[in-house]
Design a protein around this ligand. Sequence first.
Ligand code: SAM
Length: 175
Amino acid sequence: MLKIMNSAHSKMTAWGLTKIKIADTAIVLDIGCGGGQTLRTLSNVVKHGEIYGVDYSKKAVATSSKKNIKDVRTGKIIVKQASVSSMPFSENFFDVITAVQTHYFWPDLKNDIVEVNRILKSGGNFLLVSELYKINYHMKEYKTPETLRELLLKNGFSNVNVFQSKSDLCLVGIK
Ligand SMILES: C[S@@+](CC[C@H](N)C(=O)[O-])C[C@H]1O[C@@H](n2cnc3c(N)ncnc32)[C@H](O)[C@@H]1O
């Protein structure tokens, strides 16, 4: 399943990544890194930076690490088992944080957005990407792009840009 997601989500992820600029020295985090394809994609962009992944599934951490074994060995990519609700990083640490097809699983979206904001640098970008039908299926609250945007604005983001394709949603929150 994790491997299938790697290919199933790569086009949507690539679309989302066109909405932000990432410096090649950036420190980036992918939350809910799953099979590790987004970490691989980020590593191709961030040539001289650091890339972190977190996922609360032990299996996802193992699969992501295996997929990126060369970068894991050099220490360029670090994958940790953790929930988005409490991440093992200090405040104002990341330039960019990505979350692809995962926020609709998070246990307490408001609290989790506050936690994302805590570890993002001032001026940093939070990129949330998801298929619209997944949001509609899984979420009771924050089902619309506007309510999600409001949630970010009320919880530490100074500006939020919304992009929508036929099937996918992309939010870019700037701290
Ligand atoms: C549908 S998969 C998407 C994986 C990957 N981002 C991708 O696009 O292929 C959702 C991922 O979010 C992770 N996840 C769900 N709840 C989480 C939480 N509370 N904290 C961290 N990761 C979580 C799952 O373990 C899973 O790997």
